[in-house]
Design a protein around this ligand. Structure first.
Ligand code: BGC
Length: 759
């Protein structure tokens, strides 16, 4: 390993500054006389977009022919951390072969609204799932010595004015929803770089945000790598360096380097800050470069097959009224241009120049399926082809079953702009409705990167969500349709009925200057479940060709302390006729109701394979953090003592087993009693409750009026009123004197300081 400190000591200020930005669009600066090589980067996240010349970050110019794996919307739905590690590993090997030292991914922004044009690249509306999947991908990639760049840090959940708008959100919302995926990835996989986003967070550009780039990322989470800007995200380079943003990409032909030099020379920037950035960048360059030499070639055909297999694990069977799987003896009619021209990736920086693609139609031909085909409608625009609606309906009557290959055309969904509607192209909706009238055994296959409205869902024979499934999507689709693969994907996002039902509907995307995250922590199922708003398909939903039963939930203890871990075990059986994979999901519901919380939150998931007739035990480990919310008062996670419920099931709306337990913590929130402290708070807090009951029981009795005996109802009413009364108001109500108020405060404060017992 190179002696980085030694190298830095030999560098001129000019050389240091030059290393803090790219030499060009994709490379870091090379300084040969100091033995500093270039590091090449490439998008990411689901394939290599290596550009030899005419670089751009919008996916407009050609890149090398590569393998396009399923996009994040699909891989997120696999709920399979091992699969993510495999994907990272395959990409790492491809990077080695192509001399790429760093792959720009994974992309882990939370799907706040289904309208975000770039949702197809992101994995989920849930931070826990996203974090686990991202960490595995990074582990797989980095074990090949290739660096990851987890992006886009942070709160970058829209494309509308993504380069200038300020995401306005509370600290609790940031911590509970928008940061945990990054936190999990940093803590369990140490990505070599974190990419700071374009947007502002509460008024401060991410690229100048010291709170995020230094305090949270490095000091709290222990990030050891370098922060790289999103392409062109720098606003003020010197402020950026001070905030902890090390590498500016792409280079600015030395313009910003000169600003760094000037600032050091005029004393407004400490050279040590530059040295620190240089040290981090050098560590990344050396650790990622060492593995490029003599890298093996990769076999594109073999990786294509892996892309098919991965997609087969991702697709989600949303509905099935016994129409799937198809039988090879049935006469099947395929409708829709997506059957021969599947949409399998999104537009923008992640766009791959796929070396090959096989459509579902081609796949059917190769396998000599009994399939006929009518184009019907275009895959590129909202338009029938040759007026084929009538022809398609007539042919549908004659077929045993129909498969309509539907989806969103490229123009409706891309990096760089948001969608305006959740509606599918009108002609597709009409085709589906008309065909369903004559042929109920119709399967709808979807190719889209984010939820769409599906008004025909209940009438259809089956709905299969392929998402943007990579270049293998056609073959994966064929294998699932014909039952060669048993579908096992589960929705990593809720499918609402209508845009108006979505949590951020009133706020998204903001006025261009500010994006108000007004729904706060209630994103996705956290909102739908809590508000009891019905959705078309819930988070976690997905069907299989077999069925599973859940039984025998066991908790290691019913009284958990904050020093222990809770072990939850459940038995899962495959009681159907075929082998299959199940995604067992564990949610936690906080019954203490200390603060406003979602009805439940995902805190564990396991994907398991079960042969038909087989039973397996699934085990989850639950720690204090899984019970906690982010308490702004102490700027930390906090799980109050009280009752919590473990919920285990197949989807957020399909909980099969549940069990409550008590949690007892020795950690307390700060409490100091003064005139504004309410009686309710004192009675609730375990540190003051016993003494307060004693102190206030007299008041309750006094207030019960003339009659000797207080009725239970009166008592309850008085207690309810007193709950909200601060100590000082007890004086104005005539219940206590000023002197007594002072005595009560002193007594309770000495209990809190531990000077007196609360007994
Ligand atoms: C995107 C990044 C991408 C970069 C380089 C930016 O516009 O937001 O995700 O990695 O370009 O192409």
């Amino acid at each position: 390993m190179q002696d980085v400190q030694m190298i830095i000591s030999k560098m001129t200020l000019e050389e240091k500054a030059s290393l803090c930005s790219g030499q060009d669009f994709w490379h870091t600066e090379e300084i040969p006389h100091l033995g500093i090589p270039q590091l090449m980067m490439s998008d990411g996240p689901h394939g290599l977009r290596k550009q030899e010349s005419e670089a751009d970050h919008l996916g407009l110019n050609e890149s090398i022919a590569a393998v396009c794996f399923p996009a994040g919307c699909a891989t997120g739905s696999s709920f399979d951390v091992e699969l993510m590690e495999q994907l990272g590993d395959i990409l790492g090997k491809e990077c080695q072969a192509e001399n790429i030292g760093m792959l720009l991914g994974p992309a882990v922004n939370i799907k706040r609204s289904p309208l975000c044009g770039r949702n197809f690249e992101y994995m989920s509306e849930d931070p826990y799932l996203t974090g686990k999947m991202a960490a595995s991908y990074i582990n797989g990639l980095q074990k090949n010595g290739v660096g990851a760049s987890i992006k886009h840090f942070a709160a970058n959940s829209q494309e509308y004015r993504r380069m200038s708008s300020s995401s306005e959100l509370s600290e609790r919302t940031l911590r509970e929803i928008y940061l945990p995926a990054f936190e999990e990835a940093v803590k369990s996989s140490q990505p070599k770089t974190v990419m700071c986003s374009y947007n502002k967070i509460n008024g401060v550009f991410a690229s100048e945000n010291k709170e995020l780039m230094t305090k949270i990322l490095r000091e709290e989470w222990g990030f050891e790598g370098a922060v790289v800007t999103d392409w062109g995200a720098i606003n003020d380079r010197v402020k950026g360096l001070k905030a902890g943003v090390d590498l500016e990409m792409p280079g600015t032909d030395g313009y910003n380097d000169r600003k760094i030099i000037e600032a050091v020379k005029n004393g407004t920037l400490d050279e040590q800050v530059v040295d620190q950035a240089v040290e981090r960048i050098l560590n990344v360059i050396f650790s990622c470069r060492n593995n490029e030499k003599n890298a093996p070639d990769f076999n594109k055909e073999a990786d294509h097959e892996k892309a098919v297999q991965i997609e087969s694990e991702c697709a989600v069977l949303l509905e099935n009224n016994g129409v799937l799987p198809l039988n090879k003896d049935e006469k099947i009619l395929y409708i829709g241009e997506f059957a021969e021209k599947p949409r399998y990736q999104g537009g923008g920086s992640s766009h791959i120049n796929s070396f090959k693609k096989v459509s579902a139609l081609e796949s059917a031909k190769q396998k000599q399926r009994s399939v006929s085909y009518i184009k019907g409608f275009s895959a590129d625009k909202d338009e029938y082809i040759n007026n084929e609606l009538f022809k398609a309906v007539e042919a549908a009557k004659q077929a045993d079953k129909v498969v309509i290959f539907a989806g969103l055309p490229d123009i409706m969904e891309s990096e760089g702009y948001d969608r305006k509607t959740l509606a599918m192209p009108e002609c597709q909706n009409e085709m589906i409705e008309e065909v369903l009238k004559v042929q109920p055994n119709t399967v709808i296959v979807l190719h889209n990167g984010s939820p769409v409205e599906t008004p025909w869902a209940e009438k259809s024979g089956a709905v299969l969500e392929m998402y943007l499934g990579g270049q293998g999507v056609g073959e994966a689709c064929d294998r699932i349709l014909y039952g060669e693969v048993n579908p096992s994907g589960r929705l990593a996002e809720s499918f609402p009925y209508r845009l108006e039902d979505t949590p951020s509907y009133l706020f998204y995307p903001g006025d261009g200057k500010k994006a108000i995250y007004g729904e706060e922590i209630f994103v996705g199922y956290r909102y739908y479940d809590t508000k009891k708003i019905p959705v078309r398909w819930a988070f976690g939903h997905g069907l299989s060709y077999t069925s599973f039963t859940y039984s025998n939930i066991r908790l290691s203890t019913k009284h958990l302390t904050n020093k222990e871990q809770l072990i939850v075990e459940v038995d899962i059986s495959n009681i159907g006729d075929v082998d299959g994979k199940e995604v067992v999901q564990l949610y936690i519901s906080d019954k203490c109701k200390t603060v406003l919380r979602p009805a439940k939150e995902l805190k564990g998931f396991k994907k398991i394979f079960l042969k038909k007739g087989e039973t397996k035990t699934v085990t989850f480990e639950i720690d204090e953090r899984a019970l906690a919310y982010y308490e702004e008062e102490i700027q930390d996670w906090y799980a109050p003592s009280g009752t919590y419920e473990i919920l285990v099931g197949q989807a957020s709306d399909n909980i099969i087993l549940s069990e409550e337990f008590d949690f007892i913590t020795t950690k307390y929130l700060p409490l100091s009693v003064d005139g504004t402290t309410t009686v309710g708070d004192l009675l609730k807090d375990v540190r003051t409750s016993v003494l307060s009951q004693e102190l206030f029981s007299g008041i309750i009795n006094q207030n019960s009026g003339e009659s000797e005996e207080i009725s239970a109802a009166d008592k309850e009413m008085i207690e309810a009123i007193l709950e909200n009364v601060p100590l000082k108001s007890l004086v104005s109500l005539g219940a206590i004197t000023n002197r007594e108020q002072e005595q009560i405060e002193n007594k309770l404060n000495s209990v809190l300081r531990g000077e007196e017992e609360n007994e």
